[in-house]
Design a binder for this molecule. Structure first.
Ligand code: GLN
Length: 477
């Protein structure tokens, strides 16, 4: 029956009708991981604790967790040497919820070190590979999460998205990735990158599965001070195949230089699909879009430099004990630990962020960045006065080759040009498969909606999915 090829919804139906047991499901995915992960390398490690298959809850779905989500009893490292040996003593809010629902945690998934990156190459464990073409990157930073779902090693995965890290790898791997509204999902137990931008969200084979997983992880958590106490709907109710009369804004800034012609053609074709289904397409403008990447790299690095100050060799993971001749041996220990523990991209970001926050430069960079951030948010507010969703490509290109951009950070940063604005504005956004390049690599389109209107994203992408078959294609591994 090839259970591992089924979506979460299909697995639930099979279990409900007694055509498969929870053990059948678990065994099928465990075997799949053994068979293909040596090639894909999505897993940092499989779970040390096997779930209890006899007492499974209502949603016994094989799931993988990004290496920055605290999971009790598992080594969690943000794919960084500095956290090697840190075994988490507690569960993140989302992990608790997954466990309560009966989720079968299969293991911990690779990522760019501290979620800094767009290719999953900066992990201390080495890269993950794109299941559609093993010489290409899966995207990042949640590259392990996206690749594991695309390779059918898990039915669904959780990732985190600070500037696109769920959506861009979903797009590169031909799956669905959703970044919820800031505050919708608890960040408690997510090892922070940039606290005002981070959100945890689902990576799944299709839109129905995204709604199911969002149902599990959404909701207020008093342990996260930015969690919002706001009604959580049943997201599966939004899965209606009807976009008649909905207004879809297409920003003119999205179709600019640097956009791969094949991506452009696929996204334009998707716009036509939605138009034929009765949606109204409107050209709109988000005039501050050109400043989004620069703004993000000020705000995100500033917050990251502050968040990463805790990794000093004292409290977590790695500690170097240099033989110090200086008076201040403690400083030597900090310095050696951080020098040995952090990779190049992490050091680059700590330096950038510390610079942006330093007195004398704070006003020129961080404060100004925050002001531009507000203007970017106002652009969205204006467009959402007249539109239900905004449609753009998810990424300007399809997956690039391993090694192609790793020595050129600037070109890597630009691969998030479409995804970053949603994080700056705090709004929800989804990437759904919308085509393939001639070379057989997936293409994704992004939909963005008003804060706390994930239902609108799910409705439009579900309707799109019902009228296309991109999401049902599988890589040949
Ligand atoms: N690629 C972006 C960065 O490098 C976004 C990362 C993310 O969303 N975690 O910062």
């Amino acid at each position: 029956m090839s259970l591992h090829l089924k979506s979460a919804k299909e697995i639930l139906d099979l279990i409900k009708s007694s055509k498969a047991s929870v053990k059948d499901v678990y065994d099928a995915f465990a075997a799949r991981i053994q068979a293909v992960d040596p090639k894909v390398k999505a897993f940092v490690h499989t779970a040390t604790q096997k779930p209890n298959l006899d007492t499974a809850g209502t949603m016994p779905i094989p799931i993988g967790l990004k290496d920055n989500l605290n999971t009790k009893g598992e080594e969690i490292t943000c794919s960084s040497k500095i956290l090697k040996g840190y075994v988490s003593p507690y569960d993140a809010g989302v992990v608790e919820k997954v466990k309560q629902s009966g989720g079968l945690i299969m293991g911990i998934l690779n990522q760019d070190e501290f979620a800094f990156g767009s290719s999953c190459e900066s992990s201390c464990y080495g890269p993950t590979y794109n299941p559609w073409n093993l010489s290409c990157v899966p995207g990042g930073s949640s590259g392990g999460s996206a690749a594991a779902v695309a390779a059918n090693e898990v039915a669904w995965a959780l990732g985190s998205d600070t500037g696109g890290s769920i959506r861009q790898p979903a797009s590169f791997c031909g799956i669905v990735g959703l970044k919820p509204t800031y505050g919708r999902v608890s960040r408690y137990g997510l090892i922070a990158f940039a606290s005002s931008l981070d959100q945890i969200g689902p990576l799944t084979q299709n839109v129905t599965d995204a709604a199911l997983l969002l149902n599990i992880i959404s909701g207020y958590d008093e342990r996260d001070s930015t969690s919002v106490n706001f009604h959580v709907p049943d997201y599966t109710k939004a899965l209606v195949n009807d976009v008649r009369g909905l207004k879809i804004g297409v920003p003119k800034e999205a179709f600019v230089e640097g956009l791969d012609p094949e991506v452009r053609a696929a996204v334009e074709a998707s716009i036509d699909v939605l138009k034929k289904q009765g949606a109204e397409i409107k050209e709109v403008s988000l005039p501050h879009t050109p400043y989004a990447v620069a703004t993000y790299y000020i705000v995100a690095t500033a917050e990251a430099s502050s968040n990463l100050a805790r990794f000093d060799g004292v409290r977590f993971g790695l500690r170097k004990n240099p033989i110090s001749t200086r008076k201040n041996a403690l400083t030597d220990m900090y310095e050696e630990t951080r020098f040995a523990g952090f990779g190049d991209e992490v050091k680059r970001r700590i330096m950038l962020g510390t610079y942006a926050l330093s007195s004398g430069y704070y006003d020129a960079y961080y404060l100004r960045g925050q002001k531009v951030r507000t203007m970017i948010k106002q652009d969205f507010d204006n467009v959402f006065n007249t539109c239900d969703v905004i449609l753009t490509p998810t990424a300007p290109t399809v997956a690039f080759r391993v090694g192609e951009k790793i020595s050129d950070p600037l070109s890597m940063y630009l691969s998030d040009i479409y995804t970053i604005p949603a994080n700056l504005a705090g709004i929800p956004a989804i990437s759904v498969p919308c085509g393939f390049s001639k070379s057989g690599l997936p293409i994704g389109m992004q939909l963005q909606a008003k804060a706390f209107n994930e239902e609108m994203l799910l409705r439009v992408s579900y309707a799109y999915e019902q009228n296309t078959s991109w999401h049902s294609q599988k890589p040949n591994l």
